[in-house]
Design a binder for this molecule. Structure first.
Ligand SMILES: C[S@@+](CC[C@H](N)C(=O)[O-])C[C@H]1O[C@@H](n2cnc3c(N)ncnc32)[C@H](O)[C@@H]1O
Length: 277
């Protein structure tokens, strides 16, 4: 992975600590250390509203791990992981390279803090390749034509597009479905889409405006979506069993306990995997 001290210093200079950022709110909820007061305040507001937030976030992260393992075991060797988050336990390349040391991963995030930590921590096995780029999901052409993306991923071979926990930071006006179609069109048959998304379908007692409020002063809005809206991201592709389901229900590990999540056992997120026909 190319790594220059200058690039990291430049990225560090762009970090705005006064405003909550999704990557750092998520880091705090996963017991990480790369967060600031504004992030912790936003996270604590979410916990007030939903006491199961921390456990739900962990369940979401665990879904990502199971789904990446599923894909690696199915033979997928290239991953384009957009909305990477700050490196934590069970990063995509670690899981994929446990199955296939030659797996290649391009990480993409628009928060410079991810680049700062990612360049240092998201290094892969010598046999595979891993890189991190700072770019925005809403600019598919920039990501798909980026020299580092092109150096790591061969777009004539199947690719797993990973969009875990990121599309709910894109408003309808910004056309998240259009962006996802763009990525889907860039990869060949046999490719996969791994996607997870926050929903309020399991929390009828919660008002949408209360849930989204902690993000009002953050760098990105929060847009929960319904099952139909999330399922639409997979349009035209074959969704693998068990479908687009609550993340805790997606091929759970043996002995997994839904009751571990306070407040009814719901993780408030859908997840699914699909294959391009
Ligand atoms: C909740 S974290 C999810 C991390 C990881 N994918 C997971 O599921 O565990 C969301 C990440 O998406 C990133 N993000 C939000 N909006 C983005 C955008 N428009 N383009 C790229 N990344 C974005 C945030 O910076 C953050 O790191």
């Amino acid at each position: 992975m190319p790594d220059t001290t200058e690039a990291r210093i430049a990225a560090a200079a762009r970090i705005n600590t006064a405003m909550a950022h999704p990557a750092r709110v998520y880091d705090y909820l996963l017991d990480g250390k790369d967060n600031f007061a504004a992030d912790r305040e936003a996270a604590e507001k979410l916990i007030e509203l939903s006491p199961g937030t921390r456990e739900g976030v962990r369940a979401h992260r665990a879904f990502l791990g199971r789904a990446v393992r599923y894909l690696a075991e199915a033979g997928v060797a290239q991953f384009l992981d957009i909305g990477t988050g700050i490196p934590t336990q069970g990063n995509t390349h670690e899981i994929a390279q446990q199955v296939n040391p030659e797996a290649r991963v391009v990480y993409v995030d628009n928060d410079p803090i991810v680049l700062v930590h990612g360049r240092a921590l998201l290094t892969g096995s010598p046999a595979g390749r891993t890189t991190v780029i700072e770019a925005d999901l809403r600019q598919p052409d920039v990501i798909l034509s980026h020299p580092e993306t092109r150096a790591v991923i061969d777009f004539t071979r199947p690719v797993a597009i990973v969009l875990a926990g990121v599309l709910h930071f894109i408003t309808d006006q910004e056309d998240p479905h259009g962006a996802v179609e763009h990525y889907k069109n860039a990869v060949p048959a046999g490719s996969h889409l791994l996607l997870s998304h926050i929903t309020l379908d399991f929390a009828p007692q919660v008002r949408k405006e209360d849930f989204t409020k902690p993000y009002d002063k953050s760098s990105a809005p929060m847009v929960p979506r319904t099952h139909a809206e999330v399922t639409r991201f997979f349009d035209g592709w074959n969704v693998v069993d068990p479908g687009v389901v609550e993340v805790v229900d997606w091929r759970p590990d043996e002995g997994a306990q839904r009751e571990d999540i306070p407040g009814g056992g719901h993780a408030w997120a859908y997840g699914g995997v699909a294959t391009k026909p």
